[in-house]
Structure formats: structure tokens, C-alpha cells
Ligand binder design. Structure first.
Ligand code: PEP
Length: 265
């Protein structure tokens, strides 16, 4: 069994000073020794990746980006290219986070281009899927998730699946009031998460193979924190977490790492 725990800093830690302080604190607490079966990555804002590359030298914490341009190079003002991420030793890249889909209007075909571009450059996509509260209430869960998967994986071979992580992030559980106006945000129950992860794995059985589906890492994301991480991570279909708010401080990320280590022992 293996857990991949990813932190998504979004636009929450934005200065050099805060980045250095936070990374040094995290590396000293859980980033110095290889932990068998647990991988950790942190997705930082682009401008802090270069600094983080230096800070994380010799650490087991891996670097991730929150996005990438869907085109290699050209006249695309404001974009960040895959080549730049390779130079920065980035390992993982989030693709299709619900904040990108909903707030910035990113669509399936563009996300599919990003997936292919990352794979061509040996970077690992973390492909995010998830339904809104309204879609769930309207009984559209299966349709929405299947469509997001079909669009993202169009033309992607089975061989490439070992390089890709899926993050199941129900939008209603993500601690973001802008995505969830008027909704009480809370993590999925273990039962809701298990059902969703099983559904996602079965999509890969149907569209790829039993073998590929069983090896796939599917992270759960949405208000994961020390108090609920153990029940979520102890489910066999949940292979890690994509963690927003709780990844900003060692005091909250550290205990989640400890829980993963404990579950493996
Ligand atoms: C996220 O946005 O990826 C996320 C899971 O955020 P949070 O943990 O803060 O809900």
C-alpha cells in the first residue's frame, strides 16, 4: 500500500519569507527521512517554485505546480510553460482543480492537452475531478465524473496511467466559500468518499483494465484535516489526500503524515 499526500497552497502563502519559514519548519519535522510507502508533495504558486527548489534540496518533500499552460510555447500572455516546470524540478502538476474549472473556466479538451503535454515531459499530472453540491443533489454524480474522466483521459494510453494520480475532490467539500455559496462546507463522509472512489476505479476497469485500475492512486480532497484523516485514509480505495488549508502549516500537515505512517505499520 502506498499513500501520496499532496499539499495545495493555492494563493495562501505568497511571500519569500513565509515560504522559507514554512518549508524549513516542514522539512525539519517530516521532510528529512524517506518514509516507506508515503510520498509528499507541495504545490506552490509559480513564483515561489524556484526558491522552493533550493529549500527542498535533500528533502523528501517533492515539488508540485498548481497549473501549466496547455501549449508548449508561443504568444500566450500570462501562461507558464511545461519547460519551465521541468527546469524547476517539479514532479507533480495539478490539472483541472475545481477552482480552475469553475472560477477560470478551464474545459475538458484543454485539460486533456495539459495531461498529454505533462506526460510528454515526464511530469506527473494530478487530475482533479469532482461534482458540485447541485450536481450531486440532482443525481448527476455518475454523469459528471464520467465526463470529466472521459475528457481528461482521451487518447491517454494504459502505460501512462502509472504516472498519473487522480484526485477526487467533491466541490462541496472544498473549503472555498466562493465555490460553495450558501453551503455548509464539510468533508465527505467515509461512505461518500468510498462510493466515489469505487466509481472512479470502476471507470478505469471499464476503460482500461482491472490491473491498471487496481494500481491507480486516487487521492481524496476536500477539508481533509488531522481529525478526519484517519477514517478517510484507512479506506482501502483511498490512496492519499490532496490537502488545501491543512497543508499550510506543519502543525496540521504533520499529523496527517503521521496518520499515513501509522496506517502503513
Ligand atoms: C483543495 O482545494 O484541493 C482542497 C482540498 O482544499 P481544502 O483542503 O482546504 O478543502
Amino acid at each position: 500500500m502506498k499513500f501520496v499526500l499532496g499539499g495545495n497552497w493555492k494563493l495562501q502563502i505568497n511571500t519569500i519569507e513565509d515560504t522559507i519559514t514554512t518549508l524549513r519548519d516542514m522539512t525539519s519535522k517530516f521532510g528529512t527521512q524517506q518514509i516507506d510507502g508515503v510520498e509528499i508533495f507541495l504545490a506552490l504558486p509559480f513564483t515561489l517554485l524556484s526558491l522552493a527548489k533550493e529549500e527542498l534540496k535533500g528533502s523528501t518533500i517533492q515539488l508540485a505546480a498548481q497549473n501549466v499552460a496547455s501549449t508548449e510555447k508561443g504568444a500566450y500572455t500570462g501562461e507558464v510553460s511545461v519547460e519551465s516546470l521541468v527546469e524547476l524540478d517539479v514532479e507533480y502538476v495539478l490539472v483541472g482543480h475545481s477552482e480552475r474549472r469553475i472560477i477560470f473556466g478551464e474545459k475538458g479538451p484543454e485539460l486533456n492537452k495539459k495531461m498529454k503535454l505533462l506526460l510528454e515531459h515526464n511530469l506527473k499530472p494530478v487530475y482533479c475531478v469532482g461534482e458540485t453540491a447541485q450536481q450531486r443533489q440532482s443525481g448527476l454524480f455518475d454523469e459528471v465524473i464520467s465526463q470529466q474522466l472521459a475528457e481528461g483521459f482521451e487518447g491517454i494510453t494504459e502505460d501512462a496511467l502509472s504516472e498519473i494520480i487522480i484526485a477526487y475532490e467533491p466541490v462541496w467539500a472544498i473549503n472555498n466559500p466562493e465555490l460553495n455559496p450558501g453551503i455548509e462546507i464539510q468533508a465527505a463522509t467515509p461512505e461518500q468518499a468510498i462510493d466515489a472512489h469505487k466509481f472512479i476505479r470502476s471507470w478505469f476497469v471499464t476503460n482500461y483494465s482491472d490491473d491498471a485500475a487496481s494500481r491507480l492512486i486516487i487521492q481524496y480532497g476536500g477539508s481533509m484535516k488531522p481529525s478526519n484523516a484517519e477514517t478517510l485514509l484507512s479506506q482501502s480505495d483511498i490512496n492519499g489526500g490532496l490537502i488545501g488549508g491543512a497543508s499550510l502549516r506543519s502543525e496540521t500537515l504533520g499529523p496527517i503524515v503521521d496518520i499515513a505512517v501509522k496506517l502503513l505499520s
